[in-house]
Design a binder for this molecule. Sequence first.
Ligand code: PMP
Length: 352
Amino acid sequence: MFTERLKQLTPYVPGEQPQDRQYIKLNTNENPYPPSPAVADYLKTVDVANLRRYPDPLFTELRGALAKRYGVESDQVFVGNGSDEVLSFMFYAFFDSQQGPLLFPEYTYSFYPVYCDFYAIDYQKVALQGDFSVDLDGFLRAGPSCGLIFPNPNAPTGIGLPLDRIEALMESYPRDRVVAVDEAYIDFGGESAAALIDRQPNLIVARTFSKSMSLAGLRLGFTLGDRQLIQALYTVKDSFNSYPVDTLAQQAGLRAVQDRVYYDRITAQVIATRDAFSADLNRLGWFQMPSSANFVFAGKNGVSGEEIYLTLKEQGILVRYFNVDGLKNYVRITIGTDEEMATLVAAMEKYL
Ligand code: PMP
């Protein structure tokens, strides 16, 4: 009844979304603030009769707004049902291990190996540097590869790379292989590689509405890249599902992209809360990695990540721990509101 393909799959496990009780939810890097009020205004006035029509398969308006926002042309933008979907299309379109394995960092977004298994792509993990930053030279030293993917800032460390380092990598990496930068968290303090796409035809940048745009429930992601790469993603989409982005998502996303003032404000707030929380961690004697994201990867000597997770869960606070060798002493803590972080800090002081 089931294919061999299916039997080979080990699915990605997202962070918990418990429905049983109210938690302070700091485990899936969601934004603590609501999306732009312009999104709510739109949803209140939706003409439901229009839902009898299929959505625009080319997301024309939303693409145009994204192009304007990021200073590129519309044909350098592709939109999908969350960046997970866009990433999946990228794996299908660009990485073919006949030319060598796909390379990604040893500790990174754990969906990458799942896509590799799904599409039968060989991969090789490249060790992080001593300070846990992504080792771009390590990608070059690793021998022939069919492409590279890494998040900037990386997950779950939160550590960002400066743009000049990515540009230097692009200058040394073969031009006929794609370099994918997953910028899910870039708005919280990183430098986007989107600035390079006009000069680097083999560079593609993946972005999401789920974090800084506070729209994880809407499922919108997009990529910025050379026209040929974007065209390839349309080919994958149109071989899979003509309409992955529904009408409501396209229209609500459009309202969000246009409200830069609101998003700049809440992003600045998240960053300020993160920096204050990092100072609290130092005061409490915890260790942490320097974060450019909306989460902090931290731990405390003598306590395992799992113990931290369980202790905080009992107090009604959810954080994420990774049952992975090398990361077991850490938890990943999403930045919430000041009030949520104050409750967390109080629980850490009392119970950990
Ligand atoms: N990339 C990274 C590095 C992530 O952490 C996440 C969130 N789990 C995603 C991509 C996917 O985000 P989404 O599908 O919600 O756009």
